[in-house]
Design a protein around this ligand. Structure first.
Ligand SMILES: [Zn+2]
Length: 243
């Protein structure tokens, strides 16, 4: 049985059998993994609450034939408490972890840039560094960009013009000038383009401006279009409350 250790963030958990759970974890050096935590649903589990979503752990894992097995988990940073006690932060963390889960494959390839980005976003959320909608949209745009889907935000994707950029087309990959507008494109203002550019800027940082429901829609449509799958937890985000 070969062992490996790594640090990782819990993305989600599902029940397995009577007392176990399968934990999906984005690790720093082994990419996304799925591993069994045996006995975790028993009252006196040695894992305690350490393998709940959004928790960051140092892990010792045994490679199995089908699924790996988590032997030890020690908490590195307990960000989860600040997140699970705040509904907005909780939903935001759900959206980010679901996005990461859908973006990252299970092929054992290190995805350190995705790990660093998600960790930074979770810490910013737990420490309330910026308003939650900024963290959510900024994370989604940057995670998609790291995976190769970066919207073109400085020129028309069709003719390359830098002026009269009045439309954004998800299917075309970014901004369109008014002469190349296609049906289904969003009409966007200069301020909205500025907001998208700021949100795409790494690292995740604050932006002076109001939440804009259309920008939320553009960013979420962007992610779901290129992932070719819905991000279910985005449905829990209620724009009326601006998060
Ligand atoms: Zn054009």
């Amino acid at each position: 049985m070969s062992l490996y250790s790594d640090e990782g963030l819990v993305l989600k958990t599902v029940k397995l059998g009577e007392a176990d759970r399968i934990i999906t974890i984005l690790t720093a050096h082994h990419g996304k993994i799925r591993a069994v935590a045996k006995g975790i649903r028993r009252t006196r589990s040695r894992f305690g609450a350490r393998l709940e979503p959004f928790m960051r752990n140092q892990l010792l894992i045994a490679q199995g034939r089908n699924l790996d097995v988590i032997l030890q988990a020690s908490c590195i940073g307990s960000y989860a408490n600040n997140i699970i006690t705040n509904y907005e932060a909780y939903i935001t963390a759900e959206v980010m972890c679901e996005t990461a889960d859908k973006l990252c494959t299970l092929e054992g390839i290190a995805q350190q840039d995705q790990y660093t980005l998600l960790l930074g976003a979770i810490i910013a959320l737990a420490q309330k560094r910026y308003v939650t909608w900024q963290i959510r949209l900024s994370y989604i745009l940057q995670a998609m960009a790291l995976a190769g889907w970066r919207p073109q935000l400085d020129a028309c994707v069709i003719c390359g013009a830098h002026t009269q950029l009045n439309y954004f087309s998800v299917a075309h990959g970014g901004l369109l000038c008014q002469y190349d507008a296609v049906s289904g494109a969003y009409r966007v203002s200069g301020a909205q383009i500025g907001l998208l550019q700021a949100l795409q800027h790494a690292p995740i940082k604050g932006y002076q401006g109001e939440n804009d429901p259309q920008i939320s829609r553009i960013v979420e449509t962007w992610a779901q279009y290129y992932l070719e799958r819905p991000i279910r937890s985005t449905q829990l985000v209620n724009f009326k409350y601006e998060f």
